[in-house]
Design a protein around this ligand. Structure first.
Ligand code: ADP
Ligand code: MG
Length: 253
């Protein structure tokens, strides 16, 4: 999905003098994997919620394949994932995925069945388990399986793995790349972690402290998998640290 953002700005009702998101202008091409980094409270989640039509912008325009978010609402072309996997605790793993499928729109795009999606995320043997029986990492895999059955062409990911331990987080980011590659949806990936941003993204957008504006747009053209000790990785880290150092007083990991 192609994204065009023009003069987007947001203040919450009841707080009109305090901007939650500064003015944002940007374009994202279909299939691009974009990481968004910035200090807490700068408006990253607000930005994603505006795109997902969960909020109405105070000013500015968002175009998704040329249409306003409200025009494509209900088509389930946008998948959402955050730290909380939003599973229904009284349904099994299998039921959580099939339930999501029941609300699919009738479109002709090819997509995975529930079984295929569970197989792809490594949960086929846990079909009859309940979410509370799964580890945090497995719960996020289940949330990913639901997304795979939707065949959305925009994935909005708001720090989805940040509540997980470091090892699980690293493994899941690698798995996510494997899932993303054949489908090539556009991804906006919010993270605090600049290593994660470099490991995953084609492009890194850096936001200033609140109210967030874009202060840098850094292309990443390294082949996957990207290893931290490589000189190119280290060079990107330096670039990012320098942009963050100039613009973001609060330390970002
Ligand atoms: N529902 C809300 N009502 C009022 N203010 C909000 C609401 N959600 C977020 N904010 C404020 O908007 C600003 C940006 O928040 P948020 O988008 O959550 O930042 P981030 O995701 O970058 O940490 C913060 O000052 C936050 O307090
Ligand atoms: Mg947030």
């Amino acid at each position: 999905m192609k994204i065009e953002i023009k003069g987007l700005q947001h203040s919450f009702k009841g707080n009109p003098d305090r901007e939650a998101l500064g003015e944002i202008h940007c374009k994202v091409s279909p299939g691009q994997f974009v990481a968004i980094v910035g200090p807490s409270g700068c408006g990253k989640s607000t930005f994603l919620r505006l795109i997902a039509n969960l909020l109405e912008p105070s000013t500015g325009e968002i175009l998704l394949d040329g249409k306003m978010p409200v025009e494509i609402a209900g088509q389930r072309r946008i998948a959402w994932m955050s730290q909380s996997p939003a599973l229904l605790p009284w349904l099994t793993v299998g039921e959580n995925v099939t339930l999501a499928q029941r609300f699919r729109p009738k479109v002709s795009r090819p997509r995975l069945t529930s079984d295929e999606a569970l197989q792809r995320v490594g949960l086929k043997d846990d079909l009859n388990a309940y979410p509370s029986m799964l580890s945090g990492g497995m719960q996020q895999r289940l949330a990913l399986a639901r997304i795979l059955t939707m065949d959305a062409d925009l994935w909005l990911m708001d720090e989805p793995f940040s509540a997980l331990d470091e090892l699980t987080r690293e493994r899941l980011t690698i798995e996510l790349l494997e899932l993303w590659r054949p489908l090539q949806p556009t991804v906006l990936w919010v993270t605090h972690n600049i290593y994660e941003a470099i490991r995953l993204a084609d492009r890194i957008l850096v936001m200033s402290p609140a109210p967030g504006k874009l202060v840098a747009d850094i292309p990443v053209s390294l082949p996957y998998p990207r290893h931290e000790p490589s000189p190119e990785f280290q060079q990107l880290l330096l670039n990012l640290r320098s942009v963050l150092g100039k613009n973001v007083k609060e330390a970002v990991q």
